[in-house]
Design a protein around this ligand. Structure first.
Ligand SMILES: [Zn+2]
Length: 226
């Protein structure tokens, strides 16, 4: 039973990693996440459902497209295994709760979008923020919810205050504060900023997508501060 439990956790991580990879490539080509159906990059044949299971499909087809026989880069296979292992590791280090898993899934999805496009669609934050505020009400949370809704429903990106940090980044930070409270969120932002700063110094990049760093900061502060 324990083995089954760990395998399920591992496989969930692998599926999520595979989904994020697909999101990354589709966003880069400005495609929707759901349509068109996944296809082979070489022969363009849409893939049948049995080709869409991470790890298993690759192993069963010996790493080749079942239609044209072109070998599929093993990086995708490795990424699936790695994300499964990473997910296992994260689940071991922290005591998993629904709130935590939801935050992690949303953050990693937005981080992937930010990484691919430098632009995120924060409307997916509205629904979980509403549910949580309704479920566990307090006035700080309600205030943050109003602020979040005003920001998401209006575009202030042209204002000079958003030259340094994107509006989407602010929205995600407010969302984190709504979920986890202001003190912990301050830690997450501080950690994220420090890691981003070191990256900028090392790579000499002028701008960075910030959500991936928020995600790293989030994972670290969850591991350090259970
Ligand atoms: Zn093919």
């Amino acid at each position: 039973v324990i083995l089954l439990y760990f395998s399920l956790i591992f496989y969930f991580g692998a599926c999520w990693g595979s989904f994020l990879m697909a999101t990354y490539f589709r966003r880069q080509r400005h495609l929707s996440i759901v349509t068109p159906r996944s296809y082979c990059d070489f022969c363009q044949t849409p893939l049948p459902t049995y080709c869409l299971f991470p790890i298993f499909s690759y192993a069963l087809s010996h790493g080749r497209c079942v239609f044209c026989g072109t070998s599929i880069p093993s990086t995708s296979y490795l990424t699936e295994i790695l994300s499964g292992l990473l997910w296992l590791f994260i689940m071991q280090c922290i005591s998993p709760s629904l709130l935590l898993i939801v935050s992690f899934l949303i953050l990693s999805f937005l981080a992937t979008e930010d990484f691919a496009l430098r632009q995120i669609d924060t409307r997916i934050l509205i629904f979980p923020a509403l549910i949580l505020t309704n479920w566990d009400f307090n006035f700080t949370r309600f205030g943050l919810l109003i602020l979040l809704l005003i920001l998401i429903l209006n575009n202030f990106e042209k204002q000079s205050c958003f030259q340094w940090i994107g509006q989407g980044d602010i929205e995600v930070i407010i969302f984190l504060a709504l979920l986890w409270g202001i003190p912990l969120t301050s830690w997450i932002v501080l950690l994220a900023s420090m890691i981003a700063l070191v990256t900028m110094l090392l790579t000499k990049l002028k701008t960075l997508p910030f959500i991936p760093y928020l995600l790293i900061g989030f994972i670290f502060s969850m591991i350090l501060n259970p």
